[in-house]
Write a protein that binds this ligand. Structure first.
Ligand SMILES: NC(=O)c1ccc[n+]([C@@H]2O[C@H](COP(=O)([O-])OP(=O)(O)OC[C@H]3O[C@@H](n4cnc5c(N)ncnc54)[C@H](O)[C@@H]3O)[C@@H](O)[C@H]2O)c1
Length: 469
């Protein structure tokens, strides 16, 4: 039913999807989704691979790719070790690739998990779609708004199953609050307080020798090739620290700081609760401070920030700031509120709860506001209680319409994050036409463009979309 619904929707929109992403022949040859993971760093090792590999009857990690041979070899050993431990296999073999394009050319791979830095998302994801793979893409969907539009258009047109790593959508309390808000439990929403956290200055701008195991030019990809190497620009060379925060995440142009990093989680929930998965804000304005690079420090993204996003013709103010506790608080016209954050789902307003009164994962101004919705005609949000399994099941069904964080919704959330970045970079109010996805603030237009350098570009995606217009 849902798949038919998806097709009807796409056809009604006038687009002719390629069914499905060109991977019909040989798809799931062994009855399992054969996965290649691109980027074996912190998040692949600590989250995405372990939380997916355990579904032994549904998927199989057959390949790993990394441009750092130390991490590539570690990833291979890690995955093979998992198959020895989880499945009792004697001699599992995982293929290795140092270039993602070679991995994409392997027809036995059905789907790829892209766990790479943000400046690479759009290029690798569009190439993967064109190679006929279904995709797990870490958040943020993309960095620039134009990158996001191309990637979304390609994914939708090719019928690619995409799940984006904004996994809060597969967690009970977020889904519960968004469903309640969408159904008017607190009336019209006048204000959303979004707490995203704060980055700390650091890193070193000193030039260091590039380690022999790292293809640094490829790591820089579409960005400035003259940027001097320092370990704090890239990632730790100590495998014992593979789960540590990489330097690039607080360094432009590779990462844009909390606005896109945690914004891809928190602003995503604000968008979801407000029912804006196919639209967005009308403007963003506010202030921020920037990291100091004095004394040879390297990291340069924003620190304190206080941004106001205007939605619903100015009736809803989404205030994104480090001033708030981490989480999302929806406030209604009469002052009622619903709050959600990560962690175990407990209601602090329950007087028996020892933690009553503290900021907990799920809270409300009145516990009655959390009572289940009984109206059979109520809007229901897509719920999944496992983001990784949700993706595997959607890939198995080849149904792009059923992932918790699909390409269209993720692209809209990423756009909202990018608008915040554009506001901070220009110091201007950004006016946004969400319907036509156009920025009406001239000073910010250059920040919409995709990253590109030489062969690292989106030309193949543009060409495909032009040919298949
Ligand atoms: N969903 C979440 O909760 C969450 C949390 C943290 C980070 N992330 C996201 O996960 C992604 C990865 O972050 P991380 O912290 O693991 O970074 P990381 O730097 O630790 O790991 C990235 C790996 O990708 C490799 N790599 C880079 N470019 C490559 C390319 N073109 N081809 C092949 N390999 C390449 C690097 O060598 C490195 O091993 C980022 O997009 C980040 O924003 C998501």
């Amino acid at each position: 039913m849902q798949r038919r619904g998806f097709l009807k929707g796409v056809l009604a929109a006038g687009a002719a999807p390629m069914l499905f992403n060109g991977c019909v022949r040989g798809f799931m040859a062994n009855g399992k989704v054969n996965i290649g993971v691109v980027g074996f760093g912190r998040i692949a090792h600590s989250m995405d691979v372990p939380l997916t590999i355990k579904y032994l009857d549904k998927c199989r990690f057959t390949a790993v790719c990394d441009l750092d041979s130390l991490r590539l070899d570690f990833g291979k050993r890690y995955i093979e070790g998992k198959y020895r431990n989880l499945a009792g296999e004697k001699d599992p073999v995982v293929k290795t690739f140092s270039c993602y394009r070679d991995m994409l050319a392997d027809k036995s791979i059905d789907a790829v998990m892209l766990c790479i830095p943000d400046h690479w998302h759009a290029i690798v994801a569009t190439d993967a779609i064109l190679a006929g793979k279904h995709i797990w893409l870490q958040k943020p969907f993309t960095q620039t708004i134009e990158e996001g539009r191309i990637l979304r258009d390609l994914a939708v047109r090719r019928g690619t199953v995409m799940q984006v790593g904004s996994w809060q959508r597969s967690t009970k309390q977020f889904a519960q609050v968004c469903e309640l808000v969408q159904n008017g439990r607190i009336g019209d929403v006048v204000r959303v307080e979004v707490g995203c956290g704060l980055d700390k200055e650091g890193g070193s701008s000193a030039r260091e020798e590039v380690p022999a195991n790292l293809n640094y030019d490829l790591w820089l990809g579409p960005t400035d090739p003259t940027a001097p190497y320092n370990e704090t620009r890239v990632h730790s060379q100590n495998l014992k620290k593979i789960d540590s925060r990489p330097g690039w995440i607080q360094l432009e142009p590779y990462g844009w700081g909390m606005i896109t990093n945690w914004g891809a989680h928190q602003i995503d929930i604000a968008q979801w609760g407000l029912g804006k998965d196919d639209s967005g804000p009308e403007s963003v304005e506010g202030t921020c401070e920037w990291m100091s690079t004095a004394g040879g420090k390297l990291w340069n993204v924003h620190t304190k920030y206080d941004l106001h996003y205007s939605y619903n013709g100015g009736k809803t103010d989404v205030n994104v700031s480090d001033r708030y506790p981490m989480g999302i608080k929806f406030i209604g016209e009469k002052g009622d509120w619903l709050y959600c954050m990560r962690g175990e789902s407990v209601t602090a307003s329950d007087p028996k709860d020892a933690k009553a009164g503290q900021m907990l994962p799920l809270m409300a101004s009145d516990k009655k506001l959390l009572e289940p919705i009984t109206d059979p005609s109520a809007v229901r949000v897509h719920t999944s209680n496992n983001h990784w399994l949700d993706w595997i099941d959607a890939v198995r069904a080849e149904d792009p319409s059923v992932t918790a964080t699909n390409a269209s919704a993720a692209q809209r959330s990423a756009t909202a994050c990018s608008l915040g970045h554009m506001c901070m970079k220009t110091g201007k109010k950004i006016v946004w036409d969400a319907k036509d996805e156009k920025c009406l603030t001239p000073e910010a237009l250059p920040l919409m463009k995709p990253f590109a350098r030489g062969k690292f570009n989106l030309d193949r995606a543009y060409e495909w979309l032009k040919k298949n217009a």
